[in-house]
Design a binder for this molecule. Sequence first.
Ligand code: GLC
Ligand code: CA
Length: 552
Amino acid sequence: MAEYTFLKGDQNWWRQAVIYQIYPRSFADGNGDGIGDLKGIISRVPYLKSLGIDAVWMSPFYPSQLADGGYDVDDYRNIDPRIGTLAEFDQLIEELHKNGIRLIADLVPNHSGDQHVWFQAALKAAPGSPERNRYIFRDGKGENGEIRPSELASHFGPTAWTRITEPDGTPGQWYMHLFAKEQPDWNWDNQEVREDFLKTIRFWSDRGVDGYRVDVAHALVKDLKNGHLPERQSFDVKVMKDDGTDDLFDRDEVHEIYASWREVFNEYDPPRMAVAEAWVHANRRPAYASTKGLGQSFNFDMLGAGWRTKKVREIADYNLTAAKKSGSSTTWVLSNHDIIRHATRFAFPMVSDFAGWYKANRFTAKPDIELGTARANAMTMLLLALPGSTYIYQGEELALQEVLDIPAEDMQDPQFFRNPELGLSRDGCRVPLPWTKTGSSFGFGSGGSHLPQPSWYGSVSVETQDGVQGSTLELYRKLINLRKQLQTSEEITWHRNWFAPKLLHFSRPGGWHCVTNFGNKPVKLPAGEVLASSQPLSDGKLPANTTAWIRA
Ligand code: GLC
Ligand code: CA
């Protein structure tokens, strides 16, 4: 691996970074088989550079049966042959680093895929064997073990237990899976499992990976002592205990694991960063963000903020204060591979996060795409002005809408198969990106696209927006680059405007002001030089659904 000295030494590069999430199967297809791959990503490094981002977070690229879009990992230290090779991975890192972009890999420690060698070995071994002990195997209840060990639901179905057939052909033990049945949960009480993950972290860190996004970080340690098994029907955070003693999630002991990872992260220069995907009570996030642990923790609060002045301010305040306490920086997220694209959420009357959105809008309302785009861009611009790292999801820089009409037979998401009638699918935000106005799969690749693209895709493609003033793509480029110049310390000051209560106005040290108009009438701007605005000003005023950055 070549050494890029500018990448060394800067321990804090992630604190106020813009991180661009790539869902590898849907970004760019380099060999024309309809599936995005490393070759495709390498060919688009100039595009990534043109955005001005600091890092790419790549969703799983490991060998997988794709029962859950790659979050069912069959081999943690390899690349799915459909996505590429380790040599291509090295090449990708090299290209990114050469262009000043870091790489964050997705680590999936709660469960593997069911084709993982250790799970296959467990199936072949006997109950009570060391092989079974790496996962969570239990005998069933009832006379013949035919009743599942506990009433525990999975995120993708009514039960988290699946019964296996023993090597001798008889119905056998059950194993726990909090997600699909192809995603058996690891037993984190097992030392070998712990050691294997340290090996994985070293493997990728040695290859130059700069950080990790840690999947379902709150679930690893469960209370399985003395024959106890968790029972649960709802995964709402509200039913989770908030003091570290819940028997399923967010147990205090999980931080021992992250402390051991931190020691490995700190063996590198700069130390590898990590960000936890932990769906826990807000008061519990700082532990994940601790400098002795992963170091940063996602806050997904803005997903539920809607288009509400007060709520946005409250969320910003809460998370900035919390981050300060933990010594970390906070994160801002509007979209990712699990939720309805925010340009679509804002296009509907009831703006809410994933499940609420479906219930409220799917069969009733018509989208107002213009409004959705305006609010999406205004909100992104607001978040980019806040201290912390901003995570953006591929395609949002095009104001891409969710694809809402994927036919049932083309769906891939296990969440969809759970209740097809609800249409709760994450595939609509995972449709391969449109690069060109026309052509086979709109420039995604030469051989179609693994999820069907809609006919309107070309009209929002990169080619359509590239160099076009007023396009969302050019707005993102401008803002991300401008932000870098304006950023100073991680402080904000709120400014109240008594005549315009729906105006949210804050400033950062150095005279960088951010003003968002959540109301429905144009408002007078504070004095200063307008550096950028998410929509053109009207008669010098800030239109509704618009954000402006001002130097004062
Ligand atoms: C995380 C991922 C999601 C996946 C789940 C199980 O929430 O973001 O895509 O389905 O974990 O790994
Ligand atoms: Ca391909």
